[in-house]
Design a binder for this molecule. Structure first.
Ligand SMILES: *Cc1c(COP(=O)(O)O)cnc(C)c1O
Length: 334
């Protein structure tokens, strides 16, 4: 299959690194003795949940805002994300002195609204569905000339996420395998593009949840398809890849070596392990790499890195999970 769009390349990612350096934190890497013992290779955890705004999404959003023309910056940015992309975009825009409007439906929980507002964005509550919020963004784009910054299928966003790969390779130069939480594929496309350009032998493995693994289903189908979104502890990994996906489907298909799926119980076990053994607080989506390691399904001939991609978890839910309670979001959501 030919691709209309060339893949995001190392040059764009190196450029992104310079563009975001003043806004984004270089996050640390910790060696995990317990996970290293378990798989017989050094296991490094990339503590990206300690990123400003609580996830790597700040990298892509900051680079996307930096890539706008002066004229576009004057008109501002808009989006619909209530999650980590919304937080990252709000912070990135504020840091650049750019107006940001995030639209959401009145069904969005107050905590999420407050989270986005706290990063300095204007929140507009529109209608009672995500679609109506999306229509308002389309109106802001059409009538006010605002720029829509999508969460993953966008060159500057992918290049921004790729900076995490460059950083990781400097921190773990003998890296052999990297475990990357996978949803729309912005993070894994950027990280794989960076790593494979520098070290083609590094294995890049995407990790998704069993419930609603959109990219995995699309790759099996050979094209972007509709995949039903299901309640999961890895809520930041929910949602589709877009039926008119331009970049992340092809990049994931061509650059990623394997995809591993983890169950809800395995995600909960990983959140517990990361808290009690590694002393870190991560959200379900950030724990899937460790979940895959704990199942024993990851083999590597050399050092492994797992990206802890985010930390924005409801602390009551986190407390229940680490206390050993069987938190079944699939039942609670029904
Ligand atoms: C968005 C997100 C992901 C998945 O990133 P994609 O680029 O959509 O694949 C993983 N973890 C966290 C915490 C996220 O917010």
């Amino acid at each position: 299959m030919s691709t209309a769009h060339p893949f995001v390349d190392l040059g764009e990612i190196e450029q992104a690194r310079m563009a975001i350096a003043g806004t984004v934190r270089l996050t640390p890497v910790n060696l995990s003795p317990s996970l290293s013992d378990l798989i017989g290779q050094p296991v490094h955890l990339k503590l990206e949940h300690t990123q400003i705004t609580g996830s790597f999404k700040l990298r892509g959003a900051t680079n996307a805002v930096a890539s706008l023309s002066d004229d576009e910056k004057r008109r501002g940015v808009a989006g619909v994300s209530t999650g980590n992309h919304g937080r990252g975009l709000a912070y990135a825009a504020k840091a650049a002195g750019v107006k940001c409007i995030i639209c959401m439906s009145k069904l969005v929980p107050q905590a999420k609204i407050d989270g986005i507002r706290a990063q300095g964005a204007e929140v507009r509550i529109i209608g009672s569905s995500q679609d109506e919020a999306q229509e308002e963004v389309a109106r802001l784009v059409a009538e006010n000339g605002m720029a829509m910054i999508p969460p993953f299928d966008h060159r500057a966003v992918i290049a921004g996420q790729g900076t995490l790969g460059l950083e990781l390779l400097e921190q773990v130069p003998d890296l052999a395998t990297v475990l990357v939480p996978l949803s729309g594929g912005g993070l894994i496309s950027g990280v794989a593009a960076a790593l494979k350009a520098r070290r083609p032998d590094i294995r890049v493995i995407g990790i998704s949840m069993e419930r609603g693994a959109a990219m995995h289903e699309c790759l099996k189908a050979g094209k972007p398809i509709y995949v039903e979104e299901l309640a999961t502890l890895a809520d930041s990994l929910g949602g589709g890849i877009g039926l008119d996906n331009q970049l992340t489907f092809a990049m994931t298909r061509d650059l990623v070596d394997d995809i591993v799926l983890v169950s809800e119980a395995e995600i909960a076990a990983a959140i517990r392990h990361i808290y009690w053994q590694e002393r870190q607080i991560v959200e379900g989506s950030g724990a899937v790499g460790v979940a895959a390691l704990l199942t024993g399904r990851i083999r590597s001939a050399g050092p492994v890195a797992a990206i802890l991609s985010g930390g924005n978890i409801d602390m009551t839910q986190h407390f229940r999970i680490i206390s050993g309670e069987d938190v079944d979001v699939t039942r609670e959501a029904a």
